[in-house]
Design a binder for this molecule. Structure first.
Ligand SMILES: C[S@@+](CC[C@H](N)C(=O)[O-])C[C@H]1O[C@@H](n2cnc3c(N)ncnc32)[C@H](O)[C@@H]1O
Length: 323
């Protein structure tokens, strides 16, 4: 219910019309061109969810509501639109049978082909997905930069962000470290969409290139590799194939950093346990503990050095070097 209401608020453009300064409800309803009775009841429900604030016949946007606007630097809007998309509901409707039979092939069941093949042949859905990934990166931006703050990296290093989407993580990282250069390595469909690339927005277009390829086949040589939310998309066998390919193309002193919803070794409560179900529904992958990542790395020519966690513990950085 909460998701439906928030998603509808985004689709109707409510968060673009309601402002941080209180606006009369009549003005909001007229601008949105919605029914006054339903419109008021809807705004009242959004107020209950904490994204707008109701006071004396006016509504204003709260700090949580601002995260659902287009222009917020850490906007969560596009991720939310994917979450409330018809496609996502179809995929989640498969969950009972996935849990019963232990298979992990929702996209094949629903759409006849695996996730990334389906995206390749459906540009509109791919755009919804890729915008959502950028949105999730924006939301995580501050936590990731904190996680990588202490990361020791030689000046003049070249960083390759494997399957880096439109480049949010790498461009953000390069923007605060002037001596570094980088490559976003992605599927051709993403590399071709130059207008979506974020290097210009971050002012690093002269130090950041986009290279197309298949991470199962070959990757560019680099001093440092980032992989954010990549290994969790894949089964152990597929993950080992990706990590082995990177090792084959990496110099012997390379560094590898996986950024993931790392599960704790103990059975303490963790957001990753929920996201793991998303992985069952969407991918062939899973969330993993530091030991499970260490095992994958060991089988792929890498040695796990350490895992560090962000302040709020949502994300972990798994660091490795060649064995
Ligand atoms: C879950 S998204 C993560 C994107 C980005 N790292 C982030 O955190 O926002 C997975 C990415 O893997 C890319 N990808 C999938 N298969 C790939 C392949 N075989 N080679 C290179 N990239 C691939 C997709 O295009 C997609 O951008």
């Amino acid at each position: 219910m909460k998701g439906q209401i928030l998603g509808t608020g985004i689709k109707l453009g409510v968060f673009e019309v309601v402002d941080t300064e209180p606006k009369p409800v009549e003005e909001i309803i007229t601008t949105l061109d919605i029914d006054p009775n339903h419109g008021y009841r809807f705004l009242r429900a959004l107020s209950h969810l904490g994204v707008v604030n109701e006071a004396g016949g006016t509504f204003s946007l709260t700090s949580s509501g601002k995260l659902l606007t287009e222009d917020h630097p850490h906007t969560f809007k596009d991720y939310f639109l994917l979450e409330v998309s018809q496609m996502n509901y179809s995929l989640w409707s498969q969950l009972p049978s996935l849990i019963e039979d232990g298979e992990q092939n929702t996209y094949v069941r629903e759409f006849g082909e695996p996730l990334f093949d389906y995206l390749d042949s459906n540009p509109e859905v791919a755009s919804l997905f890729n915008d959502a990934m950028e949105s999730y990166s924006r939301l995580q931006g501050t936590e990731i930069q904190e996680l990588l703050n202490d990361f020791e990296i030689t000046e003049q290093s070249h960083i390759c962000d494997i399957a880096g989407g439109y480049g949010y993580l790498l461009c953000d990282f390069l923007s605060t470290r002037q001596s570094l250069t980088g490559t976003v390595f992605e599927q051709p469909e993403i590399v071709e969409q130059e207008a979506q690339h974020l290097a210009t927005e971050f002012g690093v277009a002269d130090r950041c290139s986009y290279v197309a390829g298949d991470m199962f086949e070959a990757v560019p040589s680099a001093d440092v590799y980032f992989l954010k939310h990549i290994i969790h998309d894949w089964s152990d066998t597929q993950a080992i194939q990706i990590l082995t390919t990177i090792r084959e193309h990496a110099p012997d002193d390379a560094q590898l950093v996986l950024l993931e919803h790392v599960l704790p070794e103990s059975n303490s409560s963790h957001f990753g346990a929920l996201y793991d179900i998303q992985m069952i529904v969407w991918t062939t992958g899973r969330e993993r503990t530091p030991d499970e990542y260490a095992s994958l790395l060991e089988q792929s020519g890498w040695e796990h050095n350490e895992t560090t966690f962000g302040k709020n513990n949502l994300l972990g950085a798994i660091k490795a070097t060649p064995t």
